[in-house]
Write a protein that binds this ligand. Sequence first.
Ligand SMILES: *Cc1c(COP(=O)(O)O)cnc(C)c1O
Length: 362
Amino acid sequence: MSKPTLDVTPHPQPAGAAERAALMQNPAFGHVFTDHMITLRHSAERGWHDWRLEPRHAFDLDPGTLSLHYAQEIFEGLKAYRLPDGGATLFRPDANARRFRASAERLAMPLLPEEIFTGSVRALVDADRDWIPSAEGASLYLRPFMIGTEVALPPEPSAAHLFCVIASPVAAYFKGGAAGVTLWVSETYTRAAPGGTGAAKCGGNYAASLVAQAEGRREGCDQVVFLDAVERRWVEELGGMNVFFVFDDGSLQTPPLTGTILPGITRDSLITLARGMGLAVREEPYAIDQWQADAQSGRLREAFACGTAAVVTPIGRVKGARHGFVIGNGEAGPAAARLKAALTDIQFGRAADPHGWLDRLP
Ligand SMILES: *Cc1c(COP(=O)(O)O)cnc(C)c1O
């Protein structure tokens, strides 16, 4: 099977500068899309084939398409940033490419070669370069994903797949000032169980978390924090963000990657940055009751959530059937602010990139 080559069809009528500027004026997360998309198909007989960059368009899917019934779907999320000199860069796209392969393996899907993943993302950003915002904190969010496309109802791994990348200009995710978000501790629902798909980035994990998110909203909370499925005791993560705790001795702690937590690239980057600042970082379990006790005693100074979409988001309050506490004064703390600045300074090219995380576009 030969390697696919990218077939480029530019949009005949891309959005004009004025239309684009209007659409990019403070867009709500993931509601505005660029002119182009990438598609690539896979079948057992032909391997990866039909690699295309095309005008963005709707798919034509048979109602018997497997992924519509059994959720054989995985995705990624990464961003392209505008640099001070007007250039553009990606942040650790190789890490997303590796995680996409790990997710594919768990969902019994074909493993996309890393260079095709990164080549697709780069080609799309290059074609839609004018869609990378230059507003403070804004970026171009990239959404690679893959679905099983075989038309058949027996619940078996699909024999055909479609990989696709779309792009969406985004403003800063959580608007507003220093106030931290309020989390709802889900006692009714869990996100991931041992042996399940918690470490894979798949749509099914999100589908299963939506009802918990709705419960949290009804309780006046912004996000849900999930506990482990076995003991209902250990803090795992939010629906789409990892979590960190900051203590009075300056040390940090984040739950370990035991298979039920999504291995966040932001999480990994922050661990590296914090250690580089001389801070101790433990990857150890943290119990919800301990979190409450430490917040109340003052031993815990800060907590924050992190992910590509929201970057670093301070946690101000935690509420639940058995819990209710404020962290610090309920506002953004200095450690979260310092780590966020260190990360975004690298991403936006305002600081040196000692770890080689930027993948600058030519
Ligand atoms: C994507 C995701 C994260 C964050 O991962 P990043 O690579 O930092 O964006 C955390 N938790 C879940 C469940 C996710 O899907």
